[in-house]
Write a protein that binds this ligand. Structure first.
Ligand SMILES: Cc1cc2nc3c(=O)[nH]c(=O)nc-3n(C[C@H](O)[C@H](O)[C@H](O)COP(=O)(O)OP(=O)(O)OC[C@H]3O[C@@H](n4cnc5c(N)ncnc54)[C@H](O)[C@@H]3O)c2cc1C
Length: 411
């Protein structure tokens, strides 16, 4: 544990977004001193076994995010654990439709990649440990964030001890529930979907051929993201969306009954479902903070916007937010502005507003339209599918959003 208590930037929360932002800052502006504070103990890289785990959660990384991770210098290692998505196949129960987004059409190696979260965490942590500019504190809990004239002060609890940490800019990356957002008196808009996501890994009899599936049914959408080292692998990460009042019953099914339920909802495109890992459930909602910036304070990641996971946009959007934030901070610094002053943060938000707006709307509309059992909406979504098939502009927007290139900005 370092004893240094004055920093240029303090990031509260060392999840995937806080850790990525710390790395990006250290790489782009190594003379800024950065504190990363995390409530959970950091994993011991040497002790942790990352063998092929059958119950790890995975994240779909869009093509645009790969470019960011490459810039961060972590893609080389991450790619060793990534499964390429060659095609995203979107379908609606009761409506026939073929592959929608194909990497060949866009002259890309892959539309995106699927990586187990455990590997993302491990690779980010390895890189963090190599950065002199980053001091990480874990496990510690930031109890209080007090805005000051020239920055912010954090009250940090470490075991039985409490210490203060001063910074010029505080980045709140403490997750969707964000206790600090609440303590700052920042409201959030919460839209309940009355849906619960059930997450598991599944194995089946036919090779996935690198295809990610998004299937929409009246009970809610389901996604199957390909896993494994080659396109002949027969495993996927499942995100099964269920009406909340049915979720506990389906969660409690024995494996055989659960696989039968899945088979019924997904069909036989992957042959017969054979195995399911340990299952986890998450309540789904859309949370957007009513303010993302104040003088010397910025909210990022799930603390700023928490999206439905079915479209795989949350982490991808946050990575683009991080790139834009760092770019605004550096431009502000070059122009002689104070780190974290409101005009600099306003510049960030203004530049990233379109991307955030489009991505949040895309995820929200997709879920609402495709989860409905009302007849006019079913008709509308079938028309939507026709549109996706035959209208290049609609299809391009869908593809850009999925590949993470809609409204994206790079340094
Ligand atoms: C089921 C599911 C599937 C998903 N799939 C995808 C996908 O395929 N693609 C995609 O782009 N996105 C996906 N997402 C979204 C993605 O997981 C999130 O966008 C991302 O994890 C957000 O990370 P975060 O760092 O903002 O928040 P979190 O991961 O919640 O991290 C917050 C961190 O802050 C720490 N913390 C909290 N309070 C304090 C405190 N007071 N002091 C110190 N530390 C604190 C916590 O311990 C935690 O580590 C998915 C989400 C879910 C739920």
């Amino acid at each position: 544990m370092t004893t240094q208590k004055k920093f240029d930037i303090a990031i509260i929360g060392g999840g995937m977004v806080g850790a990525s932002l710390a790395l990006l800052l250290a790489q782009q502006k190594p003379d800024w001193k950065i504190a990363l504070l995390e409530a959970q103990p950091f994993i011991d890289i040497d002790q942790t076994q990352f063998e092929k785990s059958f119950d790890a959660r995975s994240t779909a990384i869009a093509h645009g995010s790969v470019e960011i991770l490459r810039e961060l210098g972590v893609w080389g290692k991450l790619s060793q654990h990534a499964t390429a998505i060659s095609q995203v196949h979107v379908s609606d129960a009761g409506h026939l439709m073929g592959g929608l987004i194909n990497s060949d059409t866009y002259d890309l190696d892959a539309v995106g990649y699927v990586i187990p979260n455990a590997w993302i965490g491990r690779v980010l942590l390895e890189s963090l440990q190599q950065q002199n500019a980053i001091h990480y504190f874990a496990p510690v809990r930031v109890e209080k964030l007090t805005p000051q004239k020239e920055g912010a002060q954090l009250t940090v609890k470490c075991g039985d001890e409490i210490f203060n940490l001063d910074c010029k800019l505080a980045v709140v990356a403490d997750g969707g529930d964000s206790p600090l957002r609440k303590a700052l008196g920042i409201d959030s808009h919460v839209k309940h979907y009355d849906q619960t996501a059930l997450i598991a890994n599944v194995a089946y009899s036919e090779p996935h051929k690198g295809i990610a599936y998004e299937r929409f049914t009246a009970q809610g959408p389901l996604a199957l993201l390909p896993l494994g080292e080659s396109s002949s692998a027969t495993e996927s990460a499942l995100v099964l969306t269920l009406p909340t009042n049915e979720a506990n019953d389906i969660f409690a099914l024995n494996d055989a009954d659960f696989l039968q339920h899945l088979q019924q909802r997904f069909g036989t495109r992957l042959g017969k479902f054979l195995l399911v890992s340990q299952r986890h459930i998450y309540e789904l909602k859309l949370i957007t903070a009513s303010e993302q910036i104040r003088s010397r304070i910025v909210l990022i990641g799930n603390a700023a916007h928490f999206l439905h996971p079915v479209a795989g946009q949350g982490f991808n959007l946050s990575l683009r937010d991080c790139v834009c934030l760092v770019s605004s901070l550096i431009h502000g610094d070059t122009a002689g502005k104070i780190l974290g002053e409101l005009s600099v943060l306003q510049d960030y938000l203004q530049r990233q507003q379109l991307d955030q707006g489009l991505t949040i709307e895309f995820s929200d509309k997709l879920v609402r339209l495709f989860s409905s059992s009302s007849l006019p909406l079913i008709a509308l979504r079938h028309l939507g599918f026709v549109g996706l098939d035959v209208l290049p502009a609609v299809k391009t927007q869908f593809a850009q959003q999925t590949m993470g290139t809609a409204g994206a900005k790079f340094l």
